[in-house]
Design a protein around this ligand. Structure first.
Ligand code: BGC
Length: 438
C-alpha cells in the first residue's frame, strides 16, 4: 500500500436515500411493504429509520466533522406530490432548507429524484408498468427542478433502474412483489422514457430561466459478471446479464436507443441524454449455468471461492470499480461520478481497508485518463437497507436505533482524514492502515 492524492476539486462525499434515513413518511410503497410480516430479514421497517427528517442539523454537523465536500441525497416523491397533481409546498420548503444548510456548510448537493420508493397513488396505479408514469415523472422532475434548480446543479433522475426492476418484478422480494420478466422489460422501457423526458424538462427549464447548466444522469448499478468455469454457456449468460442488467439502461438512457429484448428503435427520441455517467459499484458475481433457473436466465450467481466477503456475503473486489468505470467512460466519453460505493461491516473490521482499496482504484482511473469527478461513499450513516431491514450496517457513522445516537466509526475518521487531505498521506497510513495490516 502506498500514499496517493486526489485532485483538489474532486468531490469526496457520502450518499443516502430518503426512505432509508428519513422516517415519518407513511405515503410511500416501502412504508406499506416493509410493515407487512416477513418482508424484511430482521422484521424491522422504515417507519423511523434514522429519523433524519427531524435531525437534519445534527446530520449536517456530522458531515462537516467528516470533512466531506459533497452529499448525495434523494427527494421523496410521495412527500412532494402526496396526491397526483397536488404538490406539498411544506415538504419542498423542508428540502430547500436542508440544501441551503448543506451549501452553507460547504457541501455540494447532488439530488436523486427517484430512489426505489413510489408514492402510494403511483404504486396503486401500476407504478413503472403504467405508461402514464413517463409523463408523471417528468412533471414531478420539472416541479422539483423549478423549486430547487437555483441551488442544485447535479441531478440523478432514477437510481439503479435494473435493481428496482429485478427485485420488484423478477424476484418479487420488493414491492410490488411481482415475478414476471416481461414486466422487467416493460418497466425498463418506461424508466428510459421517464429519464429522457425528465432530462429534457430539466435542461429546458434551466436554459429558459438562465440558470447554470445542470448536470443530469441516471445512477447505474454495475457489477462484474464473470463465468465461474470454462463453460461457453456461462459466458453467454454473463453477456445476457450484462445486456439486461447494464446495457439496456445505460444505452437507452444515454442515447434513446432501445436494445433487444426490451425494445427497438428510439421511441422516446434520439440524442444525448446524460451529462455524466453515474456508477454505483459494489461487487462481482461469478456465473454458473443452472437450467433450473429460467427467471435468472439459467444462471446462478456465486462468490469466488476464498474471496473476501462483507457482512451480506458480497465479494469485495475493488478492481471491478476500475474495470467498469473505464469501460463505461470509453463507451460514453462523459465524466464519471462514482455515485455509490460502500460495504456493510457491523464491527467496522474492514471498511477502512475497503475505502482505501476503492479510492486507490479511483486514483488509477485518473492516471489512466478516465475523467472521474467524484466519489460518494455509501453511506453517511447506518440506515434501512430495504429487504435486509436495519440490520445491515453500511454507515461511516454508527446509529443506535433505540436512542438515535450517532457515533463516527473509526473508518469514518479515516474517510474524514482523506477528505481533509484530498488523499491518503503517510501519516494517515501510519495511523489508520498500518495497525490493521500489521
Ligand atoms: C442502493 C442503495 C443500497 C445500497 C446497498 C444500492 O444498490 O442504491 O439504496 O442501500 O446499494 O445495498
Amino acid at each position: 500500500m502506498t500514499p496517493f492524492d486526489l485532485p483538489n476539486n474532486f468531490i469526496l462525499g457520502t450518499a443516502t436515500a430518503s426512505v432509508q434515513i428519513e422516517g415519518s413518511d407513511t405515503n410511500n410503497s416501502w412504508y406499506r411493504w416493509s410493515r407487512q410480516p416477513g418482508r424484511t430479514a430482521d422484521g424491522t421497517d422504515c417507519t423511523i429509520a434514522d429519523d433524519h427528517w427531524n435531525r437534519v442539523d445534527e446530520d449536517i454537523d456530522l458531515m462537516t466533522q467528516l470533512h466531506v465536500n459533497g452529499y448525495r441525497m434523494s427527494i421523496e416523491w410521495s412527500r412532494i406530490e402526496p396526491e397526483p397533481g397536488h404538490f406539498d409546498s411544506g415538504a419542498m420548503a423542508h428540502y430547500r432548507d436542508e440544501i441551503e444548510k448543506l451549501i452553507a456548510a460547504g457541501i455540494h448537493p447532488m439530488v436523486t429524484l427517484h430512489h426505489f420508493s413510489n408514492p402510494l397513488w403511483l404504486e396503486d396505479a401500476g407504478a413503472w408498468l403504467n405508461p402514464a408514469v413517463i409523463r408523471q415523472f417528468a412533471r414531478y422532475a420539472a416541479h422539483v427542478y423549478t423549486h430547487l434548480g437555483d441551488l442544485v446543479t447535479d441531478w440523478i433522475t432514477i437510481n439503479e433502474p435494473s435493481v428496482y426492476l429485478t427485485f420488484g418484478h423478477v424476484w418479487g422480494d420488493w414491492p410490488p412483489g411481482d415475478q414476471n420478466i416481461l414486466n422487467y422489460f416493460k418497466g425498463a422501457r418506461h424508466m428510459i422514457g421517464a429519464h429522457i423526458a425528465a432530462y429534457g424538462n430539466i435542461h429546458e427549464l434551466a436554459s429558459g430561466q438562465g440558470r447554470p447548466t445542470p448536470r443530469v444522469a441516471a445512477a447505474h448499478h454495475l457489477r462484474v459478471f464473470e463465468p465461474a468455469g470454462g463453460k461457453i454457456v456461462e459466458r453467454w449468460i454473463c453477456r445476457a446479464f450484462e445486456r439486461l442488467f447494464h446495457n439496456v439502461f445505460a444505452e437507452g438512457m444515454a442515447t434513446g436507443r432501445l436494445l433487444w429484448p426490451i425494445g427497438c428503435g428510439t421511441p422516446f427520441g434520439q440524442g444525448d441524454f446524460q451529462d455524466y455517467v453515474g456508477i454505483n459499484y459494489y461487487t462481482r458475481d461469478m456465473i454458473v449455468f443452472n437450467p433450473g433457473k429460467p427467471l435468472q436466465l439459467f444462471g446462478d450467481t456465486l462468490v469466488k471461492p476464498g474471496a473476501p466477503v462483507n457482512d451480506l456475503g458480497w465479494e469485495i473486489y475493488p478492481e471491478g470499480l476500475f474495470e467498469l468505470s473505464q469501460r463505461f467512460y470509453r463507451r460514453f466519453k462523459k465524466p464519471v461520478v462514482i455515485t455509490e460505493n460502500g460495504t456493510p461491516d457491523r464491527s467496522d473490521a474492514f471498511r477502512t481497508r475497503y475505502i482505501y482499496d476503492h479510492l486507490y482504484q479511483v486514483r488509477k482511473l485518473l492516471d489512466a485518463g478516465v475523467d472521474v469527478r467524484g466519489y460518494y461513499h455509501w453511506s453517511l450513516m447506518d440506515n434501512f437497507e430495504w429487504a435486509e431491514g436495519l440490520g445491515a450496517r453500511f454507515g461511516l457513522i454508527e446509529v443506535d436505533y433505540t436512542t438515535q445516537a450517532r457515533r463516527i466509526r473509526r473508518s469514518g475518521e479515516f474517510y474524514a482524514e482523506i477528505c481533509r487531505n484530498h488523499g491518503v498521506t503517510e501519516a494517515i497510513m501510519e495511523e489508520h492502515l498500518n495497525p490493521i495490516v500489521a
